[in-house]
Design a protein around this ligand. Sequence first.
Ligand SMILES: Nc1ncnc2c1ncn2[C@@H]1O[C@H](COP(=O)(O)OP(=O)(O)OP(=O)(O)O)[C@@H](O)[C@H]1O
Length: 713
Amino acid sequence: MPAVASFRARASAPAPEMPSFSSGASPQKQQHNARRKQLIRQQRKSLPIASVEKRLVDEVRKNDTLIVVGETGSGKTTQLPQFLYDGGFCQDGKVIGITQPRRVAAVTVAKRVAEECNDQLGRKVGYSIRFDDSTSNATRIKYMTDGLLLREALLDPLLSKYSVIVVDEAHERTVHTDVLLGLLKKVQHSRCLHANKNGKISGRPDHSQSSTLKACQGIKIAPLKLIIMSASLDAKCFSDYFGGAKAVHIQGRQYPVDTLYTYQPESDYLDATLVTIFQIHLEEGPGDILAFLTGQEEIESLERLIQERARQFPADSSKIWITPIYSSLPSEQQMNAFKPAPSGARKVVLATNIAETSVTIPGIKYVIDPGMVKARAYNPVTGMESLIIIPVSKAQALQRSGRAGREGPGKCFRLFQECEFDKLAESTIPEIKRCNLANVVLQLKALGIDDIIGFDFMEKPSRTSILKSLEQLILLGALTDDYKLSDPVGKQMARLPLDPMYSKALIVSNEFKCLEEMLIVVSMLSVESIFFTPREKLEEARAARKSFESSEGDHITLVNVYRAAAECLEKSKNANAKEKTMEKALNRWCFENFINYRSLRHARDVHSQIQGHVQQMGLNLSSCGDDMVQFRRCLTAAFFLNAAMRQPDGSFRALATGQSVQMHPSSVLFRTKPDCVVFNELVRTTQNYVKNLTRIDPLWLAELAPQYYATED
Ligand SMILES: Nc1ncnc2c1ncn2[C@@H]1O[C@H](COP(=O)(O)OP(=O)(O)OP(=O)(O)O)[C@@H](O)[C@H]1O
């Protein structure tokens, strides 16, 4: 049994209300800032965690690994790193690293803590996420995504600059969190050996880390402190994994959240969300609303429905300010959700689960939780990954309600019955158990961990899953037949922050001299819903789409869209337009062509980021011009594991898995239904649908992927 200490916080003084910002004249602004600083100080003091600061720091000193559980909003994420800093954990220039499962949390929490420290972001407090680093040599409290810390471990296997690593929101059990936990356990062990013997390797040998230790001989490294933190985790399970680590509970919450359930089951949660938003808007007091939906499409369709409905209440229509937030939204648009609503308006934030943990969205008093989430699912036997919409776990529902009640008392409207809540799973099934592991295996191999089956995962993925991923990586050429990372292909693939199949596609396209086209395809496939099809303008949208369509399939269609958008930008550039005007022109062009502007902008961002990577790798940005046969052959060489043949009844059979699949109606090939296709996505709704398809010649499979297909097939 883990030792469990129970900390009861002193009854906290009520926190003062925060003023809203206004852009006043300079002296007024100064006054405002001074008042805000004072209020932040008072607010910090009133957090439940404040009264146990000394005891917490002592526990971290006494224990190498500590599990910290405390209510949402009690102050764990923002305060504990500051306590540790004040407690001397950054002496000798060491850094306290705090990992978050999501980028938006890393950024917003770092901003808040920098403000609390009365310092500029990027100095004492900073954040680092993929493609965006806001830290400096002076940074001592560093917020980052768990994926980013994994990448840092590639360069510094002992994570030597960190004195403490806090794994926040560990209950989410993302695949990165789980890999990180296993890795941190190893690093802790290695650093312990290192510190004990002052650079000489002895004691219990840890063969898998010996090369790391050798590389670090002579460097003075102290043991690594590890803190696992969440409001809703199973402390025993984590404690057992870390050899009986101590768990501490911080009791007390800052503000109450009143939770309400529906009397009847709701058959259409989108409609129920719409109704609840207006019910709150018309009947409840001031305060902003945060509603959780499952994805971009749902968010955009609800956004339109709210606008339509608001028009029916003309007096109120201007009083609702909608801001969406989901992972593929460009980050500066995500940040809109954190801004105050225009004067007199109520902010309605429509979010996916990226706003579920860690974040404090200013102004939110009401949370609407329909109780559904889009999650990855994986069939280890067929090797197929898909996205499905499923009920949330209790831990997720608790996190969602915790987004209210952060600046004052809040209300959470759960759009399901209380008896349904009781039936929810306690926690989410770890992602590592429901995803394709090719990426994880590739990362571990790149970290020098060869024995994947023997790796100390907190919860082992099935052997079948691991073997399937190893097999897939061998077929993609990332691993040699004896399971070693191949050089250069495997090493290059591990460097690209993409799914292994997409990384491989970029490398293959270099050989086929169509990297330019593949870069566009990979960027466009990295975002959701490029095409925008409003229900009331179906025919117009279809007609607009025709001008981009390629009879060869969706990949070339996406290339056409991207290039037409680039042409539009080029035109306004030639007319010497300023950047803002160019963006406006692009926005208009997107609107006229029924293209989703947000998605296109995101694809352009991803494009420029990946382009930087491939250029660093020395790949050649060549184009195949009009030779689309060449490009389709390249798609076949890259996505051969996702090939499907048409069956006599018009359905398709995925060749790698034998699974029966349907062509998604959104595909340009839906009407023609060619004999053989490669696809990129499998979506499970009422049926198995494949999306993003290109017509190929079945004979190319044996020619271009002979390691997998024989001619007789
Ligand atoms: N960006 C912000 N703006 C305003 N207040 C904030 C902000 N960030 C944090 N706070 C205040 O600090 C409190 C503590 O936040 P913190 O994120 O540290 O809590 P937590 O215990 O980590 O919560 P969770 O488990 O939900 O992540 C919040 O309830 C809120 O009152």
